[in-house]
Design a protein around this ligand. Structure first.
Ligand SMILES: N[C@@H](CCC(=O)N[C@@H](CS)C(=O)NCC(=O)O)C(=O)O
Length: 379
């Protein structure tokens, strides 16, 4: 490669991984030289040692720094000045909305993602079985492949339960997803990306569940193709380095951010996800009160710190409590807190009309911080 080419970013990821899709879509839109490697690549071993756990996606930046976490990867590329097409919309109100979709995409849509991947074995299993093995143990023979897939799929099926996907919620998870898919399809019929002419963090947040699981696994892929052409096209668009928006004939003005179809999506988030955020912040705040502050801040936060029950669509569902979600919620609130009074008024009106205003209010007594590729309780 000639000296003038920008140095390559290495992305450790897998085609079937939810958070990998978010980092990959963003990196592709930047048209940066990226080399994607699977975790089964022997070079991943040293990355696991350095990051301290087995997790993807991880990016090795051109200066050698390792960054884990799809959100942190996007921030790192932006901070390094490498972004061609920033993930952040110019309008500060739209920026807050982008962060709401980041939170809802990566965390609020894990129920349908896990359900449609793990509860339709007849359609999905042959595809995801080999897809997993290609990422985890490329070249494995059939016996070894079976053992590799059994171990990782067993772990992921248990994860689905930790998100509240159990036989008595299957019907509610499906009804919720189909409603969301209809609303997103109506929105994307009118514009190429969530917030208009260009991709933003809103799109990168939603592509996480909508790529690897909901558009790629055979069973949900058929649902998306049959019911939601515009969402399907958007998924294609999000995997392309160019805008891939020919059907919009060069239009760039979509009157953002206050379209009715966007408001309907915000109202859906209020109905579907706000109850869980309220329960989570309440649970974490009560839990923090009982903890010894010195012990709390001495080590990184575990992925799940407990289990809570809350009412969701007529069911009492038991789910893990994941402080990472609080970190993403804080990003929403920090961006809202930084708005001018006029912009804050505009945001408040939009969120109030959608029934989502509480998303700015749900806070805990101690913040989550990120450092050394992990989450920590703030001092
Ligand atoms: N917050 C992280 C989550 C990453 C994550 O959960 N990755 C999954 C694959 S999609 C993983 O590596 N799981 C491994 C495990 O939990 O053992 C991010 O956004 O990167």
């Amino acid at each position: 490669m000639p000296d003038t080419d920008p140095p390559t970013i290495i992305l450790y990821a897998m085609p079937g991984s939810l958070y990998s899709a978010k980092a990959r879509a963003y990196l592709r839109k930047q048209r940066l030289p990226v080399e994607e490697r699977v975790p089964g690549d022997p070079r991943f071993e040293a990355v696991v040692q350095a990051v301290g756990r087995w997790i993807i996606p991880v990016v090795q930046m051109p200066d050698g720094t390792l960054v884990q976490d799809s959100s942190a990867i996007i921030d790192a590329v932006e901070d390094a000045g490498l972004a061609r097409l920033s993930a952040w919309p110019a309008d500060p109100v739209a920026r807050v909305l982008a962060l709401i979709f980041e939170l809802f995409g990566g965390e609020g849509l894990v129920r349908p993602a896990m359900h449609y991947r793990w509860n339709f074995d007849a359609d999905n299993l042959a595809f995801i079985g080999r897809d997993f093995v290609n990422g985890l143990k490329p070249g494995a023979g059939s016996e070894e492949a079976e053992a590799v897939f059994a171990a990782s799929s067993g772990r992921m099926r248990r994860a689905a339960e930790a998100f509240g996907v159990t036989p008595d919620t299957y019907a509610a998870v499906e009804a919720s997803y189909l409603k969301f898919l209809g609303l997103l399809n109506a929105h994307l019929a009118t514009r190429p990306y969530l917030l208009g002419a260009a991709p933003t963090m809103a799109d990168y947040g939603l592509i996480a569940p909508l790529h690897a699981h909901l558009s790629r696994d055979p069973h949900p892929a058929a649902i998306m193709k049959a019911r939601a052409l515009h969402v399907w096209r958007w998924v294609e668009r999000m995997t392309s380095p160019d805008m891939d928006a020919g059907e919009f004939c060069g239009r760039t003005d979509f009157g953002e951010p206050a379209s009715d179809t966007l408001k309907a999506l915000l109202a859906f988030i209020a109905e579907d996800y706000l109850p869980e955020l309220a329960a989570m912040t309440g649970w974490i705040d009560a839990w923090l009160e009982t903890q010894d502050p010195a012990a709390l801040t001495a080590q990184p936060i575990k992925r799940a710190i407990g289990r809570m029950t809350f009412a969701w669509r007529g069911h009492d569902i038991a789910v893990g409590v994941f402080p990472y979600r609080l970190h993403l919620l804080q990003r929403v609130q920090d961006a809202a807190d930084a708005l001018s009074p006029a912009a804050h008024g505009q945001l408040s009106a939009l969120l109030t009309a959608a029934g989502l205003h509480d998303i700015l209010r749900l806070r805990t007594r101690r913040r989550v911080e990120r450092r050394d590729n992990a989450e920590w309780w703030a001092a």
